[in-house]
Design a protein around this ligand. Structure first.
Ligand SMILES: CSCCC(=O)C(=O)COP(=O)(O)O
Ligand SMILES: [Mg+2]
Length: 241
């Protein structure tokens, strides 16, 4: 359904919205699964790895969990597609290196990159809020099939610097970071998940649910949120304060 909105900023979900869940699950997840063991044993001094390991131990309630137990927990969370922050941190370390090496190229639906360029050219500020870590998001946008898209994007937010995606407080924190705490209606959130859209709306944001055939939330729909089947159905104008 066509949507036309006047906003300052658009905040993008990745999986299911800009990009295919199938690509994440079939390409990125196996890439990380086969590298957790080496990361844990060879890179324990890396501050991101050490922080994530401490968080896994805390979540397991086992302060002395060894690498075998930690790897098992990571793989179990991967199997259930649990968006646990330490899992996402460790995946972000692995994927960033995979993108930098050229092993990986990110996926965007065909309608997405032209829309991002159009919205950016119209003066709309673009940001990302994903369960994928900020490091993963940076690598994802830098290594697109059309090259480096990072210059289009102003802010990157994840469950560590903003909070859980189904909590309105996370959207309030992002609005503050955007300088829009007093005007949250000037922020638009695009996501495939109704729980995330509900949380954004509760924080005062505008919302459009993106429903793409084949995505996990396609059948369920996005409740009473405005919806679009692709980004080329969404026209954005830059609002003035
Ligand atoms: C580059 S992020 C990789 C995808 C991912 O791991 C993820 O959890 C995405 O979740 P989203 O919040 O974007 O639906
Ligand atoms: Mg999503």
């Amino acid at each position: 359904m066509s949507q036309a909105l006047t906003v300052d900023s658009v905040v993008l979900d990745i999986e299911g919205t800009t990009s295919a869940t199938g690509f994440v699950v079939d390409v990125l997840y196996p890439y990380s699964r086969s590298r957790f063991g080496a990361l844990l044993s060879e890179r324990s001094g890396d501050p991101d790895v050490a922080r994530a390991v401490a968080q896994v131990r805390e979540e397991l309630g086992d302060p002395s969990a060894d690498n075998v137990r930690i790897e098992k927990a990571l793989n179990a969370w991967l199997d259930e597609d649990r968006k646990a922050t330490p899992l996402k941190t460790l995946q972000g370390v692995i994927w960033s290196e995979g993108f930098a090496r050229g092993d990986l190229v990110s996926h965007f639906y065909d309608d997405v990159i032209p829309a991002l360029r159009t919205w950016h050219a119209a003066g709309v500020r673009l940001h990302v809020y994903s369960s994928g870590s900020v490091a993963a998001q940076r690598a994802w946008f830098r290594s697109s099939p059309e090259g480096d898209l990072l210059p289009l994007v102003e802010g990157l937010y994840d469950t560590e610097n903003a909070g859980p995606k189904q909590d309105p407080a996370s959207y309030r924190a992002i609005a503050r970071a955007l300088g829009l705490a007093e005007a949250p209606e000037r922020v638009l959130f695009l996501s495939d998940r109704p729980g995330e859209l509900d949380a954004a709306r509760e924080a005062g944001w505008r919302t459009v649910g993106v429903r793409r055939p084949g995505e996990p939330y396609y059948e369920q729909g996005v409740g009473d949120h405005a919806q679009a089947g692709a980004f080329d159905e969404i026209t954005l104008f830059r609002s003035t304060p």
